[in-house]
Design a protein around this ligand. Sequence first.
Ligand code: PMP
Length: 430
Amino acid sequence: MANDRSKSLFEKAKQFIPGGVNSPVRAFRAVGGNPLFMKSAKGAYLYDEDGNTYIDLINSWGPMILGHAHPSVEEAVKAALVGSPSFGAPTAREVEMAELICSIMPSVEKVRMVNSGTEATMSAIRVARGYTGRDKIIKMEGCYHGHGDSFLIAAGSGALTFGTPDSPGVTKGTAKDTLIAPFNSLDAVDKLITENKNEIAAIILEPVVGNMGCVPPQPGYLQGLRSLCDKHSIVLIFDEVMTGFRLAPGGAQELYGVKPDLSTMGKIIGGGLPVGAYGGRKEIMDYISPAGPIYQAGTLSGNPLAMAAGMAMLKHLQANPGIYQHINQITTKLVDGLRRQIAAAGLKYTINQVGSMFTLFFTETVVTDFDTAKTSDTQKFAAYFQSMLAQGIYMAPSQYEAMFISNAISNDEVNAILKASEEALRHTRN
Ligand code: PMP
């Protein structure tokens, strides 16, 4: 496929934007080649600056559950544009949005809107620290919670892709308060709690990890964390930026029946516009200013356009619960097809799937945590990725990411993806 225009845009971008992109994983560094510059999208399809068409398996890294340019979201944004795009004063939409989120997320009694997932997680741990009067947090290796200083320690996603899970610029003082445990190990968490008695404010994790590739919690893991937090008065935070409103309306906490004390939400509740939120038990949330002493603020928080887009999407999901059935079933169909292809070719790979999230890992090791995810052959992934891309399938450009299926994907797209994959697997033979 020709990509001259993307190439020249990237060259120009590198002169004015660090690395030519506004978020690292977009740079295609892990898979080679230059990133594609997108022009528009509709439903399941992306259209780039060179006029190529792709089936989208990223969906803006999660939020486009309904597919791109869904009419209900587009109309809501257009309607919200009549008036000012920002007031810096409360609006009725924010109240409606807060009520909607509280009615959908099982553990959320009060919620504060922010502008990104990063802001949501940074604010949530500040609240946990202020509420408990303790400094340390436990984070799981390979989980990504945005680029707040406390989280860039053994971080997943782009940090892992670029081999910088511990970023320069994070002070030793901050890093020492983030304790790390392998995902899926209750023993490791128990040990850290014992070694740091009465010092742990919060345990934060992605209840289903997306950021080292898709890694589900093992049976009893989330329940075990809940019990440990109860026993030691630790705030349990589920980062549902990717899983909320996707794995079930009420996210992973609904799917697995475990209630965290605080939840962080992100891009999904903006329907594609920049939004984040954190919420949870009233007793904790009322520590936030101006109800309480913990400061957190935002000029554009609760922005009318973002609220309108997010609300339109959440309401559409609420009114059409069959969407969850569709995205889960169509993902299973795709994953089953991939498994059949791989078995028929006598290859050994691992696929993890939870609902409409999945990752094909280029390893035969069962992937349950960061160490097992890292056994993947990233060169094989790159070869597979490039072949898929050349055939019009747009996957996340790193082994350590999940793919997200939208409601716009139908049997036709699944068949096209499988056809391309058959060819791509020939390029990744053992
Ligand atoms: N938490 C999780 C689980 C995420 O996946 C992400 C981003 N992918 C974030 C937090 C950060 O969100 P944002 O990029 O909107 O700051």
